[in-house]
Write a protein that binds this ligand. Structure first.
Ligand code: MG
Length: 251
C-alpha cells in the first residue's frame, strides 16, 4: 500500500533531500586521484551534521559509514576505506539523510580524471535512464512504466540491469513500499498518484548482470569485474511533471 504524502510531509522530505544535494556538491570536487573514499565519507558526515541532520545509512542494518562509495566493479553499498581513487576510476556515491523524521536519498556516478569511452558511456546512459524514468513518474501511469523505461534504455545501449536492486518509496522510512524494479513490462502495478514520493535508481553494468556480495557483507561487485553505475533521485509526483527533490541545496 503506497500512501500519498501531505504537502507538509513533502516539504520535510524536500528539506532532507536538499542536504543530500549539498553533500553531493561538496563531494564532487573531491573525486580526484589521491582522495580516499574514507575522506569523502568524513566530509559527507560533517556536512550532514552541520545541517543538524543525521546520516541515514550509518547504522542502518549495521552499515558502518555515512556514504556508500562503490568504485569500478563495485556496484552499490561499497564501504568507504583507505583506497585512493585513481585516474580512470568511476565512483558511485550514495547519500542518505534523515532530518526532522523524514528521509532523502540520492546517488550519482562520476569519473575520476579521464576514463575509458565505455566507462563514460555507462555513466551517461545510466544518468539518462534516470531522467527518462522520472519522466514516466506522473499521475495515470503505472509503477512499472518507470521500470520498463529503465530496462528499455539499458538494453538499447547493450548495458545490463543489475536486477537485485531497485528504487523504493521514501518518507518516514528510508525504504517504504513500493519496490521499483529496473526491468519488466510496462502497464503493471499501482497507478501513480500526486503525492507519491519515490527514490528512483537505475543501476547498470557494462557487462553481465550477475553480482557477488563481498566478505564485508555489504560491498557488491559485478561477477565479471566490469564497471557498474548508479544514479538516484528522490522525486515527488505532482499533477504535472515530477518534482526532483534531490536537485537543489538548502535555502
Ligand atoms: Mg535508495
Amino acid at each position: 500500500m503506497i500512501r500519498s504524502k501531505t504537502a507538509e510531509e513533502i516539504s520535510r522530505i524536500r528539506a532532507a533531500c536538499a542536504i543530500v544535494h549539498r553533500v553531493q556538491q561538496e563531494l564532487k570536487p573531491l573525486l580526484v586521484p589521491g582522495s580516499t573514499t574514507r575522506s569523502l565519507d568524513s566530509v559527507a558526515e560533517s556536512v550532514i551534521r552541520g545541517h543538524q541532520a543525521t546520516p541515514a545509512f550509518k547504522g542502518y542494518r549495521g552499515f558502518p559509514a555515512t556514504i556508500c562509495a562503490s568504485v569500478n566493479a563495485q556496484i552499490v553499498h561499497g564501504v568507504p576505506d583507505d583506497r585512493k581513487l585513481q585516474a580512470g576510476d568511476i565512483v558511485s556515491i550514495d547519500v542518505g539523510v534523515r532530518l526532522n523524521g523524514y528521509y532523502g536519498d540520492g546517488a550519482f556516478t562520476a569519473a575520476v580524471g579521464p576514463v575509458s569511452a565505455e566507462a563514460q558511456r555507462l555513466i551517461d546512459v545510466t544518468r539518462s535512464c534516470l531522467d527518462l524514468a522520472i519522466q514516466q513518474a506522473r499521475p495515470g501511469n503505472r509503477l512499472s512504466d518507470i521500470s520498463h523505461t529503465v530496462e528499455t534504455q539499458a538494453t538499447a545501449a547493450r548495458l545490463s540491469v543489475v536486477r537485485q536492486f531497485g528504487g523504493h518509496g521514501i518518507g518516514r522510512e528510508l525504504h517504504e513500499p513500493p519496490h521499483i524494479n529496473n526491468y519488466g513490462p510496462p502497464g503493471r502495478g499501482p497507478r501513480l498518484q500526486a503525492g507519491f514520493v519515490l527514490a528512483i535508481e537505475p543501476i547498470l553494468s557494462l557487462g553481465r548482470p550477475e553480482m557477488r556480495t563481498g566478505t564485508d557483507g555489504w560491498t557488491t561487485t559485478t561477477a565479471d569485474g566490469l564497471p557498474a553505475a548508479h544514479f538516484e533521485h528522490t522525486i515527488a509526483i505532482t499533477h504535472g511533471t515530477a518534482e526532483i527533490l534531490t536537485l537543489s541545496s538548502p535555502p
